[in-house]
Design a protein around this ligand. Structure first.
Ligand code: FE2
Length: 129
C-alpha cells in the first residue's frame, strides 16, 4: 500500500510520521519479512502511540476545539489495535489475522488522515501566526 500525496496534511512533522506508519504497514505486508512480523507489530503499536501523543500535543498547543473527540478516536484505535495484536499472538501468527490487521490499520489510517487530520491541519494553518 503506497503513500499518496492526497494523504498529505501539509504539516511536515505529522506527514513524516504518517509516512513512517505506512512504511511499517508495507513491511507487514511483505511476505519476505515473515520473520519480522512480531517485531514489526510491536514497533507499529509503539510508533502509533508516539505519533498520537505528538499529534495531540500539537492540538493542545493550537487550542484545537476538537482535541478531545480526536483524542478519543486515537485511544479507541489503540485499544482496537492491541486487541488485534493479541488475537495474532493467540493465533500463532495466523496469516488471516495478519491480513485483517493490515487492512484494518491501513483503512483506519487513511480514513482518519483524510478526514480528521486534514481537518486539524486546516485549523492549524488558520491559527498559525
Ligand atoms: Fe489523528
Amino acid at each position: 500500500m503506497l503513500w499518496s500525496q492526497s494523504l498529505e496534511t501539509g504539516i511536515p512533522a505529522i506527514d513524516n510520521q504518517h509516512k513512517e506508519l505506512f512504511r511499517q504497514i508495507d513491511i507487514l505486508f511483505d511476505k519476505n519479512n515473515k520473520d519480522r512480523v512480531p517485531q514489526t507489530l510491536k514497533f507499529l503499536g509503539e510508533y502509533v502511540e508516539k505519533h498520537f501523543r505528538d499529534e495531540q500535543l500539537l492540538h493542545t498547543q493550537a487550542r484545537y476545539p476538537k482535541a478531545e473527540s480526536h483524542k478519543k478516536m486515537h485511544s479507541d484505535f489503540v485499544t482496537a489495535f492491541k486487541k488485534m495484536k493479541q488475537e495474532y499472538d493467540a493465533g500463532n501468527g495466523s496469516l488471516m489475522i495478519l491480513l485483517k490487521i493490515n487492512r484494518a490499520v491501513a483503512d483506519w489510517l487513511k480514513n482518519h488522515i483524510m478526514i480528521h487530520d486534514k481537518e486539524f491541519a486546516a485549523y492549524y494553518k488558520s491559527v498559525k501566526k
